[in-house]
Structures are given as C-alpha cells and as structure tokens.
Design a protein around this ligand. Structure first.
Ligand code: AMP
Ligand code: ZN
Ligand code: FE
Ligand code: FE
Length: 301
C-alpha cells in the first residue's frame, strides 16, 4: 500500500490511528525588518532547513517584510502566516500583542503601527544621543545594524555597542546601558493593549498575547489584565515560550482553559541576536486551524 502524506498508521488492535506526519508550526519570528538578523527570505529558507512546515513572520510594529517572505515561502515550500508583534502598554507595563492574518491596509491599525514606528525612531535617536555623551557611538553605526526599512530598537543599539567593545554581547548591553531603569533609556509611544486588541480585531486579525509571563523583560501583568483582555476579544495566549518557567506555563494553560483562549507555542527567533532556535516551541495544527479560520487574509503557500 502506498502511504500518502495523510495516511494514518493504523495498528491491528483497533486503537486510535496515529497520524504519521508531524506538522511543525512556529508562530513567532523576527527578521531584519525589525530586530532579527536574517532577511525575510533567509528566515524562510532557515525555517525549511529546520524542518518547519508553517512559519509566522511577526516583526515588531510592521508588515514591511511580508512581501519578501511570501515570495520565499512559495519557493521554499513553507506555509507563511503573515503577522505583526504589536508593541503595547498595559498601564505602564510594556507588553507585546501578536496579530495574525490582519489586513495590512486597515487604516486604523496601520496608522497606530506607523505612530509606534515613528516614535521608536525618535526614541532610538534620543538613546544614542545620551549614550554618545559617555561612549564612542554614532547614529550611523546603529542604523547600519538594521535593515533598510527596519524598526530600530535597543537590539540594534546593543549590537553597535558590542561592535565598539563597550559590551560583550546583546544580553550584557541590555543588562547594563540599555536597562529600562538606567540613565540612557527613553520610552516610546505604544497603544494600550486593550485598544490594540480592538484595532487588531477590526482589521480582521487574530490577537494573541505574546509571552505574557516573560519576567526577564520587566514587570508582567496581573491575571486580571488577561481576564479583561479576554473580555475585549483576545483570542489566545502564547504559553510555550523560552521566557516562561514550567510554573508559568502550567498557570497560563489553566487560565486559557478557563477563559476559552487558544494556546500557542513559538520560538521568538531573532537569528544570531538571541539564543532562541527556530521551532524550539511549536503550535498544534488544531490551534493553527482556529487562527486561520478567524483571520481575514490567507496563509501563503
Ligand atoms: P525595544 O523594543 O527597542 O525596547 O527592545 C526590546 C527588544 O529587545 C525585544 O523585542 C527583545 O526581543 C529584545 N531583547 C530584550 N531583552 C533582550 C536581551 N536581554 N538580549 C537580547 N535581546 C533582548
Ligand atoms: Zn524583538
Ligand atoms: Fe516580544
Ligand atoms: Fe518577538
């Protein structure tokens, strides 16, 4: 008998068939269009090499990498979920909201993302100005670390500091000169996360709270904030993420079940900039099907 890719292996004892094709789905990655180190095309090629079947590109506050990634996805035979990681605030706590499969031309969401990018640009220049008073560092060096249309963030400043020998690696720069409580940190505009959930939904996107308990990034939100977001239409929680402890994951799974939220897992791959490896955490095909069913635009395949 020929086995097609959908043919289950059926045991002789009448047990439930075990599908022999394992679909590997990674729903959170970054390219040079934000603070990853690979071009969108390189990222898609790496995803195929890593054995992924489905990849989401979720650069910070932008859809500028979608077109290049879509072309590469068709060449490489990887299914592409187009997304964005939206920078938000929850009463002063910095949080990230993943949006999947939204209309990139929706005026309200596009305007909010454009405002965040503009504010991030001014903020990055202000941080470099402050740093340049104490360290050899220029804006040109920082900008050279980012892609042409990239949203410039602290990772690019970190890379420039490392190249100058002012820090040993990105993590060291984040822990010292770039720390939020330090003298060089400047804040940037970001929407309230409940408003962002509304904007994403109105744009036909599927909002998923990225790494809700990633305490290494700073303060994390209370469970009440997650309850309120579920009320506002949040669709899922990113539970399986390297910044979560086993206890975090267990509690988030309970919350998701209680609130009727989907559970996702993903790598948050940034290329060479972070230790995260593609596919180190994944999302189930059932959850992906729910996301695709709710999104306004198609998966590219
Ligand atoms: P920003 O949004 O410009 O404040 O920078 C935050 C970004 O830096 C996040 O997207 C993280 O991916 C990245 N980041 C945060 N902490 C670290 C760290 N310790 N090492 C490397 N990258 C980090
Ligand atoms: Zn990032
Ligand atoms: Fe994030
Ligand atoms: Fe991310």
């Amino acid at each position: 008998m020929l086995l097609s890719s959908q043919t289950p292996i059926v045991s002789g004892t009448g047990q439930t068939p075990i599908p022999w094709v394992i679909v590997r789905i990674d729903l959170h990655t970054h390219s040079r269009v934000s603070d990853g180190t690979q071009t969108p095309a390189e990222l898609v090629a790496e995803a195929r090499q890593a054995g992924l079947d489905v990849l989401a590109l979720t650069d910070h506050d932008t859809t500028a990498g979608w077109a290049e990634a879509a072309t590469a996805a068709q060449t490489e035979g990887v299914a592409l979920v187009r997304g964005t990681e939206v920078s938000c605030t929850a009463g002063g706590i910095s949080v990230h909201l993943l949006s999947y499969l939204h209309d990139p031309h929706d005026p309200a969401l596009a305007a909010e993302l454009a405002a965040s990018r503009a504010s991030r640009d001014g903020r990055a220049r202000a941080m470099v100005d402050r740093l340049a008073a104490d360290f050899d560092l220029t804006w040109e060096e920082v900008a050279a670390r980012a892609g042409a249309e990239a949203t410039i963030g602290r990772p690019h400043i970190a890379d420039a500091l490392v190249a100058r020998g002012h820090a040993t690696d990105r993590a060291a720069a984040f822990a010292t000169m770039l720390a939020p409580r330090g003298p060089y940190y400047v804040r940037y505009h970001a929407p309230e996360v409940a408003d962002a959930v509304g904007l994403v939904l109105a744009a036909g996107g599927v909002p998923v709270f990225a790494h809700p308990r990633a305490s290494a990034r700073g303060r994390v939100v209370s469970e009440q904030v997650i309850r309120d977001l579920a009320e506002a239409g949040l669709v899922g929680l990113e539970v399986d993420h390297r910044d979560h402890t086993e206890a975090d994951k267990a509690r988030l799974r309970e919350l998701a079940a209680e609130l009727g939220l989907l559970v996702t897992g993903s790598s948050d791959y940034h290329g060479a900039g972070k230790p995260n490896r593609l596919g180190e955490h994944t999302t189930t095909p059932e959850v992906l099907a729910e996301i695709v069913g709710r999104g306004r635009i198609d998966v590219v395949r």
